[in-house]
Design a protein around this ligand. Structure first.
Ligand code: NAP
Length: 493
């Protein structure tokens, strides 16, 4: 791939932890043909100092690696305040020089790894100061959050679209870089045994859990204005719902896949006003114990209001009103300071029509398909089979595939895949504006209600799976959350 990659925010956490190591991995696999990187941030650094920091981040992420000096020799630094109009002029000159020296054919990727308030102004400057006047392709990669609500997302989109067409905007949702999230489509559409059952006649409910043990840490300022609803549900959780619920695309092209996902968003049942608290539960962590360590409550974290009304946990029941999914709840839950770090999807199939084995021991367990997204990657299918030696006793058996060993070692990291997709011009695993807009419209209805009413926080102890109302959400429908810790056992063997 031939490209000039300009990283805005090149001294930040994301650049160091994810972008530089991912670029190195691409380089080491000979996937970067002709390339150069210009890092931009305010602090004054020489090219040598910047190259050293790139080297350090690769070393700390991947350990000692070959050809590191050659890799970092492609990196350049420009100290530049993105709020200062004058500095874009020198940046353009510098970019044009590098383009010529490396024969980059006028291909440019602008990666905005910065605080979201800068996204719009940078895009406007790139256009007005001529950085987007190129002979090759120009692409904008933009990190989350894309807006704070629908209105601000529309405004941001308007600014970006003055400089880039929709096809040139790559909105990152790093969940779409995860191996098992990408696998959802293959599991669904490449297996004759699942797709015929993938509907409201055979599936009783779907549960998506994304739990973290970490607290808000140093991100209190950002998190206070975000909360779990905007930070996790609006993007990552909704994307997983769309992938699970979409119709088979007629082709595996970006446009076809995206349009099927958009149709799911269009079919989401809006939850409004008083319904919000029947369909959604919010929580904020109190103190507690995680891995034998006492941890403080959210309100005692740095840069967090002592009376904060921000949710660190959200659970909900999402209904999709279309022919395939009418009546099937998609339960989601996500939060910080929970029992375990895990992202899993559980597809629970309906009970068989008549249970011949009922009297032998107990009611049979339903069939489950568990998709393990992280930290383990794999699939487990829960079936019932005869117990060895017993008369007609049945027991649950699990068929597992774990993406471990050689597979996992070769699995590219999420950002590596997304960067490579962007260079190849494949936007399938990035979010289209329509998806962002529908998803904000859905989430805004919830936040409107929650922002008006103060919840009696904290309402869950650190190290637990959220407030008790989360269980009641399913109990009302006759279901329960499948404990993520129990589901882990087999896949780890
Ligand atoms: P960060 O560590 O705070 O880095 C911000 C970067 O922006 C620094 O390089 C900073 O460098 C630069 N900067 C700040 N103000 C500037 C200005 N006026 N002009 C030029 N440069 C300026 O932030 P981050 O954690 O890397 O996050 C970046 C973006 O990625 C955010 O949108 C975040 O939501 C998103 N994101 C981050 C992660 C993650 O793991 N970190 C994960 C998902 C999404 P100077 O101080 O030298 O100017």
């Amino acid at each position: 791939m031939t490209s000039l990659i300009m990283i805005f925010g090149a001294t930040g956490d994301l650049a160091k932890r994810k972008l530089f190591p991912s670029l190195y991995r691409l380089f080491s696999k000979n996937k970067l043909d002709k390339f150069a990187v210009i890092g931009v941030a305010r602090r004054p650094l020489s090219n040598d100092e910047f190259q050293q920091s790139v080297k350090d981040s690769v070393l700390s992420a991947l350990g000692n690696k070959d050809n590191l000096d050659e890799f970092v020799s492609h990196f350049y630094y420009q100290s530049h305040d993105v709020a200062d109009s004058n500095s874009y002029v020198s940046l353009k000159k510098f970019a044009d020089e590098i383009d010529t020296n490396y024969k980059l054919e006028g291909n440019r990727i602008f990666y905005l790894a910065m605080a979201p308030e800068f996204f719009g102004p940078i895009a406007l400057h790139l256009k007005s100061d001529g950085l987007t006047d190129v002979t090759g392709y120009k692409r904008l990669v933009i990190e989350k959050p894309f807006g704070h609500d629908l209105a601000s997302a529309k405004e941001l989109n308007k600014q970006i679209r003055t400089a880039f067409s929709e096809e040139e905007v790559y909105r990152i949702d790093h969940y779409l870089g995860k191996e098992m999230v990408r696998n959802i489509e293959v599991i669904r559409f490449a297996n004759a045994i699942f797709e015929p059952l993938w509907n409201n006649r055979y599936i009783s409910n779907i549960q998506i859990t994304s739990s973290e043990t970490l607290g808000v840490e140093e991100r209190g300022r950002y998190y206070e204005s975000s909360g779990a609803l905007r930070d996790m549900l609006q993007n990552h959780m909704m994307q997983m719902v769309a992938l699970l619920a979409m119709e088979p695309p007629i082709k595996l092209t970006t446009d076809e896949i995206r349009s099927e996902k958009v149709r799911v968003f269009r079919a989401l049942r809006t939850v409004d006003g008083e319904e919000v608290n029947q369909f959604f539960v919010r929580g904020q962590y109190g103190e507690g114990t995680i891995e034998d360590e006492q941890v403080p409550k959210y309100r005692d974290e740095p840069m967090v209001d002592k009376e904060s009304n921000t949710e660190t946990f959200v659970a909900g029941k999402i209904m999709i009103d279309n022919f395939r999914w009418a009546g099937v709840p998609f339960y989601i839950r996500t939060g910080k300071r929970m029992t375990t770090k895990s992202t899993k999807i559980v597809i629970q199939f309906k009970d068989i029509p008549m249970n011949l084995y009922y009297q032998t021991e107990k009611m049979l367990n339903p069939n489950l398909l568990v998709i393990h997204i992280q930290p383990e990657e794999g699939i487990t299918l829960h079936l019932n089979a005869k117990k060895a030696g017993g008369h007609l006793d049945a027991q649950t058996v699990k068929l597992s595939f774990a993406n471990t060993g050689i597979h996992a070692m070769n699995t590219p990291e999420g950002y590596e895949k997304l960067l490579f997709d962007c260079m190849r011009g494949d936007a399938t695993n990035f979010t289209h504006w329509d998806e962002v807009a529908y998803s904000w419209a859905f989430v805004d209805k919830i936040s409107e209600v929650w922002e008006k009413t103060k919840e009696s926080f904290p309402n869950y102890q650190s190290g637990t799976m959220g407030p008790k109302e989360t269980d009641e959400l399913l109990e009302k429908d006759g279901y329960f959350w499948w404990p993520v810790t129990d589901l882990e056992v087999d896949i780890c063997k």
